[in-house]
Design a protein around this ligand. Structure first.
Ligand code: SAJ
Length: 432
């Protein structure tokens, strides 16, 4: 099989299309946004991801990758479009439905359709098959179908794309084998074969596992604040147990995956999915807690200003989708604070960013919301010189607190009840 049509040229579709093109496949990348299609056809990229620009440029130069607004006849179709949530936390499958409907008329016997988008368990069976079979061809008899969920970490997509083990869930064994052949040509990790619905569930479970564990970390962090002890120290100690992996507390869970996928399981059966639901609520409540900590530090100051450092949902990426930072800023503004934001990565985010100096100018509190590496190297004296009051709230435990205290800052660390007289804390190992 040599020709592949990839539906969706986003964080997953674009790396997928370009890596496949550099591995000898003839790839057509399809996107509904003309700007994306133009950018890719020029060998450029519209998202920031280390190493991606080089691969896309090479793929276009090789002549194996083209982008278009419309799908064309191919032997393999890969669907890599978003699966967001609607307002009431229900899975919004409209992008998957549309992409499937657009390829259905092109299908011929022997074709393989692969769903890569993270989807609620049952999607291939209940949503894709009926649409694909409108072509007049039957899955299992004429068509092959598989769910091969992506598992890559934003910021390390290309490395993980090649190295991670990959789940291949087939409609039947023949479908799984066909899909395996495609991925075997560029994946170094193991290819794990199963059925479609198990693959869907395994992928959603991975992110739910992480969400529930982050919620546990956040909950214990709040308890530590109450007890006057330090979560980060406690987590480091607990993690010395060989079978324990306490995750990191923080301002909440963002991104397009971990804060979204658990709802797919709540949707299956809200009465059963109790722990999953509670974990979502705990993590979604963290921005409120951050605002409480800020208010506590700043006190009653006229026209108070907060400098919010970091809009991205996690360190060293340019993605502010579902970012807890945005929620913190909205809550602060709701409560009458002036807020200025800084982010060295996010350029076209949902909130305007300023240079660091303008951001901290006249501020009454600096709050570190994202664990960008840049923030580890801030100069507290330079920052402090611009501020009205020297307050620092670190929600990620990435700041050298003693240096900031020496520069005259009152420092608070989310999850630590040790307050300003805190003894040195040890950095908890990053849960990755
Ligand atoms: N976070 C914490 N504490 C932690 C770990 C993360 O508060 O201990 C926060 C982060 O700051 C961020 C959010 O959680 O706001 C999610 O970040 P992440 O790095 O854990 O995950 P994502 O959303 O970038 O990528 C995840 C990955 N899934 C897992 O690690 C199980 C990735 O492999 C998936 O491919 C991706 O979701 C996806 O697309 O599903």
């Amino acid at each position: 099989m040599k020709s592949i049509c990839v539906m969706g040229l986003g964080y997953i579709g674009l790396p997928t299309a370009s890596v496949m093109a550099t591995n000898g496949y003839k790839v057509l990348g399809v996107d509904v946004h003309p700007r994306v299609v133009d950018t890719v056809n020029k060998g450029n990229i519209h998202i920031k991801e280390p190493g991606l620009a080089t691969v896309v440029a090479a793929a276009i130069q090789s002549g194996n990758l083209r982008a278009s607004l419309k799908p064309e006849r191919s032997e393999v179709y890969i669907i890599a479009v978003p699966t967001p949530l609607s307002k009431d936390h229900k899975p919004d499958m409209s992008f998957v439905r549309d992409a499937t409907a657009r390829i259905a008329p092109l299908l011929e016997p022997g074709d393989l359709v692969i769903l890569e988008s993270t989807s609620p368990p049952g999607t291939c069976r209940d949503l894709l098959i009926p649409i694909l079979e409108q072509s007049g061809h039957k899955v299992g008899r004429d068509l092959y179908l598989a769910h091969c969920p992506e598992r890559v970490l934003p910021g390390q997509i290309l490395r993980e794309f090649i190295n991670n083990d990959r789940i291949i869930g087939g409609f039947d064994t023949a479908s799984a084998q066909r899909a395996r052949e495609i991925y075997a040509s560029f994946v170094d990790g193991e290819l794990l074969l199963t059925d479609m619905t198990s693959a869907e569930m395994a992928k959603v479970l991975e992110n739910t596992y992480r969400d529930v564990n982050i919620a546990l970390a956040n909950e214990v962090a709040l308890l530590c604040e109450k007890l006057g002890i330090d979560f980060w120290e406690v987590a480091t100690l607990a993690n010395r147990h060989p079978r324990v992996n306490v995750h990191q507390a923080g301002p909440g869970v963002g991104g397009h995956c971990i804060s979204v996928d658990p709802w797919f399981l709540v949707d299956v059966d809200p009465a059963e999915a109790q722990i999953i639901r509670l974990a979502r609520d705990r993590n979604d409540g963290m921005p409120e807690h951050v605002v409480r900590l800020i208010k506590d530090m700043v006190g009653p100051v006229e026209n108070a200003k907060v400098a919010a450092l970091g809009l991205a949902f996690k360190g060293n990426v340019d993605d502010a989708r579902e970012s807890p930072s945005i929620k913190v800023i909205e809550l602060l503004e709701r409560d009458g604070f002036r807020v200025a934001a800084h982010d060295p990565w996010v350029k076209d985010g949902p909130y305007e960013v300023q240079g660091l100096e303008d951001c901290v100018q006249g501020a009454d509190c600096v709050v570190v919301l994202t664990n960008h590496n840049d923030y580890k190297f801030l100069h507290p004296r330079q920052v402090g010189a611009k501020m009205r009051h020297r307050n620092l709230l670190d929600t990620r435990n990435i700041i050298a607190h003693d240096e900031w205290r020496e520069a005259g800052f009152r420092v608070r660390l989310l999850g630590s009840g040790k307050g300003e007289s805190a003894v040195e804390t040890t950095q908890a190992p990053v849960a990755s």
